[in-house]
Design a protein around this ligand. Structure first.
Ligand code: SAH
Ligand code: SF4
Length: 393
C-alpha cells in the first residue's frame, strides 16, 4: 500500500485492535450497547436498529456467535466478531439434589466463583442468583457472611447466570419461534451470595435486561430482590427497578436485630419499616415479603410473633411473612427452631391476617439451601470463635 492511500474509508472497514481485548456485549444496557457499537464503527444512523437485532439474538434466542446472526450483513458480522464477544460465566460444576434442586458453580473473570441455585416447583422454576462474591455484611446466621467480600459482580455476570442456566435447561426457544412459552426458569430471586443493594447499578442493569420485552421477558412480578436493609437504596429499587421486594427482617427488637443483621446498627427497625411502607406505592408492586429465619430460643417466641405483627400493622405494610427454618452450616452458632415452635409462630401471624408460609428447605443435601452458599474455593476466613463472638454468644 502506498503512503498516500486514502484515509477517508468508512471506519467500519478499518480493523481496530483494542489494547484491552475484546469487549463483552453481555450486560450492557440498550443505550450502552448502542454507544459501544457507534464507538467501534457502526454508523450512528443504523445503531439503534443494529442494537435491537443483536439484542434479540443474544437475549431472545440465546445466540453467542456473531456468524449465526443471519439478519446482519456478512461483512458486518465479521467486523463485530473482531471487536466484541458474547460471554457468560463458565459452568464449572453442577450438583443435582434428590429433590431436583440444581446447584451450579459459575466461574467469572479473575477465576472467582459464585453459586447459582435452580429450584423447580410444580408451577414455576426459580433461579437464585448471586450479586457479589462474598458479602461485606456479617449476618451471624449466614454462611456467606463468613466469607469476606471479594468483589461485586458485573451486570453481565449477573444476567449471565440466568443465561448459563437457560443453556443447561435447554430452554432457549427455536430461532424464529413466535413467542417464548417455555418457562422452566420463570422466576428470579436475588437471594444468592451478596447484598444486592451494595451493588445497585449492576443489579439494576441486569434486571432490566431480564425484564426487557425483546429478551428474556420476565415480568417484574417474577423478580424478587432480597435485602438485609440498605435503607437509602430501597426507594431507589422501587423507582429504578420496580421488582418485588423481600426484606431479611429476622428479629423484632433492635437489640436482637443488631446481633443477627448488623446493618441494623446503621439503619434501625423503625427507619427500615418507614422505607418499606413507602415501597409498594412507588414501585406499584404488591406485598413485601418479610423473611424471618427461625432460630431456636433467639427470635422464635410468641412475643416475637406478636411484635412482628405490631410492626407491620403500625406501618400499614402489605406483607407476607416467609418463615425460613434455619439451615445449618459447619460452625454455625445457632440451631433451628423445632417444627412445633415454627408452626405455633406461623399460626399467630396467620390468625392476625397475614400469610405465613414456612419455606421448605430445598437442596439441603448439596448445601444449596438459603444461607448455605459459599464458594468452596473461597475457604472460611473466620474461626468458630470469631463467628460466635460476632454473634454475641
Ligand atoms: N443479602 C441478601 C440476599 C441473600 S440471603 C439478604 O440478606 O437479604 C437470602 C436469604 O437467606 C436472606 O433472607 C437471609 O437472611 C437468609 N439466610 C441466610 N442464612 C441463612 C441460614 N443459614 N438459614 C436460613 N436462611 C438464611
Ligand atoms: Fe450478606 Fe445477606 Fe448473608 Fe447478611 S444474609 S451476610 S447480607 S448474604
Amino acid at each position: 500500500m502506498s503512503a498516500t492511500a486514502p484515509i477517508t474509508q468508512d471506519v467500519m472497514t478499518i480493523p481496530r485492535k483494542l489494547p484491552e481485548g475484546p469487549i463483552n456485549l453481555v450486560g450492557l444496557t440498550r443505550d450502552a450497547m448502542r454507544e459501544t457499537l457507534i464507538a467501534h464503527g457502526t454508523p450512528e444512523k443504523q445503531a439503534r436498529m443494529r442494537t435491537g437485532q443483536i439484542w434479540q439474538w443474544i437475549y431472545q434466542w440465546g445466540v453467542r456467535d456473531f456468524a449465526s446472526m443471519t439478519n446482519l450483513a456478512k461483512a458486518y458480522r465479521a467486523q463485530l466478531a473482531e471487536t466484541f464477544v458474547v460471554e457468560i460465566p463458565e459452568m464449572v460444576s453442577r450438583q443435582v439434589s434428590s429433590d431436583g434442586t440444581r446447584k451450579y458453580l459459575a466461574r467469572i473473570a479473575g477465576g472467582h466463583e459464585v453459586e447459582v441455585v435452580y429450584i423447580p416447583e410444580d408451577d414455576r422454576g426459580t433461579l437464585c442468583v448471586s450479586s457479589q462474591v462474598g458479602c461485606t455484611l456479617t449476618c451471624s446466621f449466614c454462611h456467606t457472611g463468613t466469607q469476606k467480600l471479594v468483589r461485586n459482580l458485573t451486570a453481565g455476570e449477573i444476567i449471565g447466570q440466568v443465561m448459563m442456566v437457560r443453556d443447561d435447561l435447554g430452554e432457549w426457544p427455536e430461532i424464529g419461534a413466535p413467542k417464548d412459552e417455555t418457562r422452566l426458569l420463570s422466576n428470579i430471586v436475588l437471594m444468592g451470595m451478596g447484598e444486592p443493594l451494595y451493588n445497585f447499578e449492576n443489579v439494576r442493569d441486569a434486571m432490566k435486561i431480564a425484564m426487557d420485552p425483546e429478551g428474556i421477558q420476565l415480568s417484574r412480578r417474577r423478580i424478587t430482590l432480597s435485602t438485609s436493609g440498605v435503607v437509602p437504596e430501597i426507594t431507589r429499587t422501587a423507582e429504578e427497578i420496580g421488582c418485588q421486594l423481600a426484606i431479611s427482617f429476622h428479629a423484632t427488637t433492635d437489640e436482637t436485630r443488631n446481633l443477627l443483621v448488623p446493618i441494623n446498627k446503621r439503619w434501625n427497625i423503625e427507619e427500615l419499616l418507614a422505607a418499606l411502607a413507602a415501597y409498594p406505592k412507588v414501585s406499584n408492586s404488591e406485598r413485601i415479603t418479610f423473611e424471618y429465619v427461625m432460630l431456636k430460643d433467639v427470635n422464635d417466641s410468641d412475643e416475637d410473633a406478636r411484635r412482628l405483627i405490631d410492626h407491620i400493622r403500625r406501618h400499614q405494610i402489605p406483607a407476607k411473612i416467609n418463615l425460613i427454618p434455619f439451615n445449618e452450616w459447619p460452625g454455625a452458632p445457632y440451631q433451628r427452631s423445632s417444627n412445633n415452635r415454627i408452626r405455633a409462630f406461623a399460626d399467630i401471624i396467620y390468625k392476625a391476617g397475614y400469610a405465613s408460609p414456612i419455606r421448605t428447605p430445598r437442596g439441603e443435601d448439596i448445601m444449596a439451601a438459603c444461607g448455605q452458599l459459599k464458594s468452596a474455593t473461597e475457604r472460611a476466613r473466620k474461626s468458630r470463635r470469631q463467628i460466635e463472638a460476632e454473634a454475641g454468644l
